[in-house]
Design a binder for this molecule. Structure first.
Ligand SMILES: NC(=O)c1ccc[n+]([C@@H]2O[C@H](COP(=O)([O-])OP(=O)(O)OC[C@H]3O[C@@H](n4cnc5c(N)ncnc54)[C@H](OP(=O)(O)O)[C@@H]3O)[C@@H](O)[C@H]2O)c1
Length: 292
């Protein structure tokens, strides 16, 4: 039995669907108000709860052999409770249950000590905690998810505009969320993935201003980039921080994402997981066709 947290998120949903299609038994940890009927229909066992409650985590772990931690606090969420403490509680409960493998979805750059980015710091601390345990694990550090660009692509199709904040020249290896889902599942059965950390990006190292060019190709229409220098973001963040210091701090994670390069060499992952990584263009064509 797999336990997947964040089962209604972009990544977790893909993992649960893929496990169900393979005939694996899977327990999806979901919140009551989330949309999970499709997962239930596919055969997933639904466990309703909030990851901020340790006793629920312990209950969800009963009879579980593999854990895939794919939840995240998201914008405005509680980083210390969700990104940090819930993972510590999951690791503790998994250790008690002697689960066979724990997969933790971290973030590319977690090891770069971005002091201003609460999510990166939380991920780094969880990584350290997990690697100190005797529990077999794999840490995946993905770059930005291609699925996060679907809404922006649809907006581009409608308006022709693409908002780009920060340096256009910065490079990013956007990863197909479907590839990442397959990699997360393979970790538990691949001896070469045991107790290792992998940076997971896509096959291309794209300049950020190449993304709207890919949208142009997908939709066969010309577009326009609306460019905002990072200084404008910083000024807005300072103002917001005066009114609401918590939101100002949270925006630190977004700033790190906007202001830095997110690239990694795809060869190691391609070799270890025997996977041909999908380009952003291919992911968008496939997903825009089928998603609603
Ligand atoms: N998106 C990216 O570009 C990116 C890049 C690198 C790493 N990551 C990491 O990859 C993981 C998955 O990201 P994602 O984009 O798929 O996330 P997502 O779409 O934002 O989904 C987050 C999931 O976590 C669940 N969740 C949040 N708080 C919860 C709580 N208190 N109790 C139970 N469930 C809770 C959400 O449930 P609801 O549906 O109820 O809200 C949702 O299922 C995260 O750890 C993220 O940090 C993401």
């Amino acid at each position: 039995m797999f336990l997947v947290t964040g089962a209604t998120g972009s990544l977790g949903r893909r993992i649960v669907r893929s496990l169900c299609r393979r005939g694996e038994s899977v327990r999806a940890f979901v919140r009551l108000e989330a949309r999970y009927a499709d997962l239930e229909q596919l055969g997933a066992e639904i466990f309703i709860g909030d990851l901020c409650h340790r006793e629920l985590i312990e209950r969800a772990l009963q009879g579980v052999r593999y854990v895939i931690s794919a939840h995240g606090s998201g914008p405005g969420g509680n980083v210390s409770q969700v990104d940090y403490q819930a993972n510590i509680d999951l690791i503790e409960a998994a250790q008690k249950q002697a689960v066979d493998h724990f997969v933790f979805v971290s973030v590319l750059g977690a090891d770069r000590y971005y002091d201003d980015a609460p999510v990166f710091k939380a991920k780094r601390e969880v990584e350290k905690y997990l690697s100190r345990h005797s529990l077999p694990y794999t840490i995946l550090r993905p770059s930005g998810f291609a699925s996060d660009l679907l809404a922006r692509a649809r907006n581009f199709e409608r308006t022709g505009f693409y908002l780009l904040i920060g340096r256009k020249e910065n490079r990013t290896s956007i990863v197909s969320t479907d590839d990442l889902s397959e990699i997360a599942i393979h970790c538990v059965s691949l001896p070469e993935a045991r107790n290792r950390t992998f940076a997971v990006g896509g096959p291309e190292s794209l300049r950020r201003d190449e993304i709207p060019c890919i949208f142009e190709k997908v939709f066969n229409r010309a577009g326009q980039i609306l460019h905002l220098p990072i200084e404008v973001f910083d000024a807005a963040r300072s103002l917001i921080g005066l009114v609401n210091p918590a939101i100002g701090r949270d925006l630190g994670t977004l700033r790190v994402l906007l202001a830095n390069e997110y690239t990694c060499d795809p060869h190691e992952v391609q070799q270890v997981f025997s996977i041909e990584l999908e380009s952003l263009h291919h992911f968008l064509r496939r997903n825009l066709q089928f998603s609603t």
